[in-house]
Design a protein around this ligand. Structure first.
Ligand code: AMP
Ligand code: MG
Length: 418
């Protein structure tokens, strides 16, 4: 992001949010498609029309328990004038019928069993009376009655699932039924997650004074999972450029992308910058947003690397703004943004004039539409404010104060029931 940078509250010299996101997305390609088993393909986007190679159902079957007959043989049957036919065999589910139906003949058939050759209708068992190897049928059945025809659902050549569609539960069942066990889809990206910082310890440890339990790896893990990616936690990396480089390169063979947190500001201990800036792999820039101003983005061995800031709220917001859309693009998705609603603020939200502010809010539907209540202070270290929120109110650059009662756009990052 080669732009002159001045750290002004005015936002002068900072990269506008939309521009930063567009530059990131321009550098992201969808992952090459893979033929995956259906259970792995669930939730993934298919890359080509999935065309039926078979009719569905593949054979005509009975919709009732009864007798498969020729319609012509029972055309005149009625309650007082049964048609009397010879029972020549049985048709059971999962088997080829053991007889064909000729003139004057019937085959006993179960629901779902294949219709025997020669038959074109089924008379239900309720209207039949068996006597030895004969059956009396008290009902006429026109051709096709109680027969589920072959190809009624899908014809050979029909498109089962269109290219670009995401595989949900019904599509999975349809493809299984149609004999497409390995559809070609965009796979889920494997994303290596790194937390940088000399002060960090795992959440299972007791901190010495000044130490901080690693929050970001878990926030990023959850956000990646929610987006559909497969996170790989690489753990905590100390503020030593060599050990960061080593960790990243060790994980590179199993990564489709990287997300780190911390170490992207201007301090001398800013490890991500120290490790990768000079190599020219990653650009560091300041985005006109609050929280989340410092960002790093580039490629390591051709794989996207997101260097997010360290503060937990900045991490979440930066993920929503930059990483999530990129992950979705890698997965072949075309709608990359969150659903948005327009909500009325219950309180004033102040922000830096020159930056887009993403304010943590809890949105609820009121009698007169959506209402957004800020969940707490603006500080980007206040991690509980994001846990209580379900949306990010977007206060555009140029507006220093959004008044109580005023309307704001809110990105919803979870449904209000969750
Ligand atoms: P940095 O940009 O590395 O200076 O980090 C900014 C702030 O975020 C510091 O107060 C860090 O302690 C904090 N921080 C960085 N990484 C994490 C993390 N993984 N979990 C919780 N806090 C963090
Ligand atoms: Mg740090």
């Amino acid at each position: 992001m080669a732009r002159a940078v001045h750290d002004h509250d005015s936002g002068e010299g900072l990269v506008p949010v939309d521009e930063a996101r567009e530059r990131v997305l321009a550098a992201i390609d969808p992952l090459p498609p893979l033929a995956l088993p259906l259970t792995d393909a669930f939730g993934c986007v298919v890359v080509q029309d999935q065309v039926a190679r078979f009719d569905l159902p593949e054979f005509p079957s009975s919709g009732m328990d009864g007798f498969a007959v020729r319609a012509a043989d029972v055309a005149d049957a009625g309650p007082d004038a049964p048609a009397e036919l010879k029972v020549v065999g049985r048709a059971m589910i999962g088997h080829r019928p053991d007889a064909t139906v000729g003139a004057g003949e019937a085959v006993r058939i179960a629901t779902g069993a294949p219709i025997p050759a020669g038959a074109d209708a089924v008379v239900p068992i309720e209207n039949a009376e068996e006597a030895g190897d004969l059956v009396r049928l008290f009902e006429a059945a026109p051709e096709g009655r109680h027969v589920r025809p072959r190809g009624e659902d899908v014809r050979v050549g029909d498109v089962l699932v269109h290219a670009g569609k995401r595989l949900g539960a019904p599509e999975l069942g349809l493809l299984a039924n149609a004999g497409v066990p390995h559809p070609l889809v965009r796979p889920r990206p494997r994303v290596v997650v790194l937390s940088t910082g000399d002060e960090l310890i795992p959440p299972t440890d007791d901190p010495d004074f000044g130490q901080v339990r690693d929050a970001n790896a878990y926030t990023i893990f959850g956000a990646l999972r929610e987006a559909g990616a497969m996170p790989v936690l690489a753990g905590i990396v100390r503020d030593e450029p060599e050990s960061l480089k080593e960790t990243v390169l060790n994980y590179e063979p199993q990564a489709d992308a990287f997300v780190s947190s911390g170490g992207v500001s201007v301090g001398e201990r800013d490890v991500v910058k120290a490790a990768f800036f000079r190599r020219g792999d990653i650009d560091f820039y300041r985005v006109a947003m609050q929280p989340g101003m410092p960002q790093g983005f580039g490629q390591i061995e051709g794989k996207p690397f997101f260097g997010l800031p360290g503060n937990p709220v900045s991490v979440f917001v930066s993920f929503e703004v930059f990483v999530r859309p990129a992950i979705l693009k890698m997965m072949g998705r075309t709608t990359l943004g969150r659903p948005e609603v327009t909500a009325r603020l219950t309180e004033e939200v102040r922000g830096p004039q020159g930056k887009t502010q993403f304010a943590r809010v809890e949105v609820a539907r009121g009698p007169d539409g959506w209402v957004a209540t800020p969940t707490g202070g603006r500080g980007s270290n206040l991690i509980s404010t994001i846990a209580r929120a379900n949306g990010l109110a977007v206060i555009p650059a140029g507006i220093a104060s959004a008044p109580a009662g005023g309307e704001v756009k809110v990105m919803l990052f979870r449904s209000s029931e969750d």
